[in-house]
Design a protein around this ligand. Structure first.
Ligand code: NAG
Ligand code: NAG
Ligand code: NAG
Ligand code: NAG
Length: 474
């Protein structure tokens, strides 16, 4: 019994011993692991602290927020295909017939890129040239009876091949009229067979054409008139593809402001916000092309003007007006808001009564302009709808600019929404900004800017993702 007992005891002791050893080595492993994790965390934390500045963390935060949305707004945009350019030129041909014009003449620039995808710097990266390169668009009747555009180019002979290499969006090889350096190129154009028996062809020149070219044409056989009428309306009325791109880039620009806002901190400068916002927009594939970022009393100047070094303080409203490009189309939106670190409701030492009143007033004015933005309304009536509300509240003199403008491949395009424009009448498909503002000198400024498309029926439709909701919810 005893021996047996001892035997059992011995084995228990042996088991206990081996358990203790196992436990001890487990404890060593766990402690070592915890130590390594701790060291790693310190190292990693220091690495972030050492290699990322506050501004870089700000940018990382903003870009991460932006990408976390999944960028769903990009879905409505596609790069304009060949058919889009054919559609635009054929729309122009119909407008030329309606206006009684023989041809439309345009130099590389915004309008040229609208009809044939070539901007001024794409043709002359150095500087605008003295030798004219002109696109001449005429209406003609196709075999099926429809009105289509017939396009030719006036180009220096030695540049003809370079013009072909632009691969402009045409189905057929481009048709050129060439001139030698020592010729009168306006006469060369006038002698081209396309004018047939017409002695003084009626040319409408684009608003961007340089004055010496317009005068050269006018003094060499052509009757020259400026951009107007149905021809001007072609670019004003956006196609569905254009609206898709404008919706994407404007919605995405508002989203970028919202993503950036969440990362703002006390003491950040206006210039730092510009840089971070631009890089946030780039994360969606947009190309930023202007920013107005103003804190507090800087925003009493609607288009900025200070040096951007102001540091953000609690209680200051932030005004941001920013634009970016997608496939050559512009965004132009404005938000005015408090940073997230400024509490809502505000601490009692901040009197925000007037700022809050003005913030809501400007939003009310914007809503009134959207209601007024209907087909067949005059441009003036839309401005006046917003202005009446601001004037009635006693801030009329502080609403110092027009209500808005057309927007497309240029951020500012005709028609312009100002209270004197009783000539331009809104058509379905026109796209405008509505951007009322109130600027209280030496105090603050508020502007809300969204982009809207005029519809055939009902109110204009917002294509910048919806309006601001409140000073903490821009
Ligand atoms: C228009 O030009 C851009 C480059 O500037 C090019 O990527 C695009 O394919 C062109 N579009 C057409 C329809 O040729
Ligand atoms: C365009 O006009 C020219 C000159 O009138 C003519 O020779 C040519 O066939 C026309 N092109 C098309 C595609 O209609
Ligand atoms: C806050 O400012 C408004 C004017 O903007 C003024 O009427 C009001 O008395 C002020 N409130 C306090 C508590 O000072
Ligand atoms: C803005 O437009 C979007 C998309 O069409 C729509 O869902 C939203 O309700 C609109 N917001 C307002 C306030 O009209």
């Amino acid at each position: 019994m005893k021996e047996e007992q001892r035997g059992i005891d011995d084995s228990v002791v042996t088991k206990r011993k081996s358990c203790t050893v196992a436990f001890k080595s487990l404890r060593v492993v766990v402690l070592t692991a915890m130590f390594l994790i701790w060291i790693h965390q310190i190292y990693h934390g220091q690495k972030i602290a050492i290699t990322l500045s506050r501004k870089e963390r700000f940018q990382q935060c903003s870009v991460d927020n932006y990408l976390a949305t999944g960028l769903p707004f990009l879905d409505t945009a596609e790069r304009p295909p060949l058919e889009e350019y054919i559609l635009r030129r054929n729309n122009l041909a119909k407008a030329l017939l309606a206006d009684g014009i023989d041809a439309f003449v345009v130099e590389p620039g915004y309008t040229f890129s609208y009809y044939a995808n070539v901007t001024q710097p794409q043709w002359e990266s150095w500087e605008p040239e003295e030798r004219p390169f002109l696109m001449i668009l005429r209406p003609s009747i196709a075999e099926d009876g429809t009105v289509v555009a017939n396009t030719s180019f006036l180009v220096p002979h030695f540049e003809e091949d370079r013009a072909r290499l632009l691969k402009m969006p045409f189905q057929e090889p481009i048709s050129t009229i060439t001139y030698e350096e020592h010729w009168n190129y306006y006469t060369t154009l006038w002698e081209a067979p396309m004018w047939k028996e017409t002695l003084s062809p009626n040319l409408m020149v684009d608003e961007e054409i340089r004055d010496f070219i317009a005068r050269g044409l006018a003094s060499n056989g052509f009757n020259v008139v400026g951009l107007a009428g149905e021809v001007e309306a072609v670019r004003q009325v956006k196609t569905d593809r254009e609206i898709g791109i404008l919706r994407a880039v404007n919605t995405g620009t508002v989203e970028a402001i919202r993503s950036m806002r969440k990362c703002l901190y006390k003491g950040v400068t206006e210039n730092e916000v510009v840089e971070v916002l631009d890089n946030t927009l780039r994360a969606a594939g947009f190309e930023p092309f202007f920013d107005i970022v103003e804190f507090g009393k800087s925003a009493a100047l609607p288009h900025g003007g200070h040096d951007g070094t102001r540091e953000l303080q609690p209680g200051e409203l932030i005004l941001i007006d920013v634009g970016a490009h997608l496939y050559g189309y512009s965004s132009d939106v404005t938000r005015t808001f408090y940073p997230p670190f400024f509490p809502n409701p505000p601490p009692s030492e901040h009197n925000t009564t007037e700022k809050t009143f003005v913030w809501n007033l400007v939003l009310e004015a914007q809503a009134a302009s959207v209601k007024a933005m209907k087909a067949d309304a005059t441009a003036a009536s839309v401005d006046i709808a917003a202005r009446n509300i601001i004037e009635a509240a006693g801030y009329g003199k502080q609403f110092t600019h027009r209500l808005g403008h057309g927007i497309g491949i240029k951020a500012h395009e005709s028609p312009y929404l100002n209270k004197g424009n009783h000539i331009d009448v809104l058509r379905p498909g026109m796209v405008f900004t509505s951007e009322p503002g109130v600027y209280v000198w030496n105090e603050f400024g508020v502007r809300h800017e969204d982009v809207l498309v005029v519809r055939g029926e009902g109110d204009a439709e917002n294509i910048s993702g919806g309006f601001a909701v409140g000073p903490w919810e821009p």
